[in-house]
Design a protein around this ligand. Structure first.
Ligand SMILES: Cc1ncc(COP(=O)(O)O)c(C=O)c1O
Length: 377
């Protein structure tokens, strides 16, 4: 009997991520359903205001995803064919889609050992056509914003912080997304702040950009029957805004849960040979929110073997990302073979994302760490 129970516990699945749910959110969803008001109503307006206050920015404009929000932002910025934008190759593919749809060219940069865009590598790639930089706060850790603000000032470039994975993270005490003129957030289900579906937003300090994005997301409307520009239907809906408002109230607690789990992994995996833990916040500049906890193994075979061994024990892992964007077929088809990015190409062969979500228990963290220890021994 005892053996059976023990096996049952071991077989329990530990997912890569798990969405925070609550009865309060259930009630709020029903409330909005009954209100009969479903698109860009009072919930969306309040969510925008509350997000702006939380992130410490002047405006937040909601849209149907990060990708949609940034597409609107690039149009509002006047991005045009021939423009070049510096971006890390190691990021989610959507980071570069809006700029390509506007005719601009992503100029892929290597990363440093924090997995975020390397400022020195980015500097080398600046040309007369460079108009902006899109640093990605990957895995919940802010990129080196001081270095990028210096670069932007020297070369008259704009910055958009990709905050899809970094809601609530801080750089030198200020929230990621509030340091530079523009930022964009995703509320996709696995993100630190979700709306139970797709959703996104831009954050900006610029009144005119906020006005244009607000107008473009809703068919270019100036008024109900007056269209200033040909726009889009990339609006936000009320049920998701209500969910987001409740998630925002507990975001700091949820992030604290992620940090607790990260501390647990660090404790349990300290000193394991041939394993590199994620960068910590001991530099005193960053406060990470651990969207993911990514370890680095000796080589690709070890990564693949460990992933398989964990899967057999019901532990889900991921690779973010196995194919760097400068080597994606969609990109080489457009631009041909691009220059090699040595660190990006090396790390993408060896990284593994471990289960990471606010409600992961100390016991679950131990189970994952023990399985890793046993495999690498
Ligand atoms: C770093 C990064 N940028 C952009 C996106 C795109 O977000 P969305 O799915 O909301 O368009 C994601 C989500 O996968 C992401 O992780």
């Amino acid at each position: 009997m005892f053996r059976f129970r023990k096996e049952a516990i071991l077989a329990a699945k530990i997912p890569l991520s798990r969405v925070h749910q609550s009865q309060v959110i259930d009630r709020r969803i029903l409330e909005v359903v009954k209100s009969g008001n479903y698109i860009l109503g009072p919930e969306s307006k309040a969510f925008e205001k509350e997000l702006a206050a939380y992130f410490g920015v002047k405006h937040v404009v909601l849209s149907s995803s990060w990708t949609a929000a940034v597409h609107l932002l690039h149009i509002a910025q006047g991005i045009k064919p021939g423009d070049e934008i510096l971006v890390p190759s190691l990021t989610a593919f959507p980071s570069i889609e809006p700029m390509i749809h506007c005719g601009a060219k992503p100029v892929f940069c290597d990363i440093d050992d924090t997995y975020t865009i390397d400022p020195e590598d980015a500097r080398k790639r600046i040309t007369k056509r460079t108009v902006g930089i899109l640093p990605v706060h990957l895995y919940g850790r802010p990129a080196n914003l001081d270095a990028f603000m210096k670069l932007a000032k020297e070369h008259n470039l704009w910055i958009i912080e990709d905050c899809a994975q970094s809601h609530g993270a801080k750089w030198k005490g200020k929230r990621a997304g509030s340091y530079t003129e523009h930022a964009a957030f995703s509320f996709y289900p696995s993100k630190n702040l979700t709306v139970y579906g797709d959703g996104g937003a831009i954050a900006t300090q610029d009144d005119e950009i906020a006005r244009k994005v607000t107008m473009l997301r809703n068919h270019g409307r100036k008024d109900k029957y007056l269209h200033e520009k040909v726009g889009f239907n990339l609006r936000f809906n009320e049920i998701q805004a209500a969910v987001g408002r409740e998630q925002l109230k507990v975001l700091d607690d949820l992030n604290a849960g992620r940090r607790r789990a990260a501390d647990g992994y660090r404790r349990e995996l300290a000193g394991v040979k041939n394993l590199v833990l994620p960068p910590d916040d001991k530099d005193g500049q960053t406060e990470s929110v651990y969207h993911m906890f990514v370890i680095r193994l000796k080589d690709n075979d070890t990564r693949e073997g460990l992933g398989k061994a964990l899967k057999e024990q019901g532990i889900e892992t991921g690779v973010h990302y196995p194919v760097p964007n400068h080597q994606q077929p969609a990109i080489t088809e457009l631009y041909g073979q691009l220059p090699s990015l040595p660190r990006t190409e090396d790390y993408t062969q060896r990284i593994l994302s471990l289960p990471m979500f606010p409600s992961i228990t100390d016991e679950e963290v131990k189970t994952v760490a023990n399985a890793i220890n046993a495999y690498l021994k």
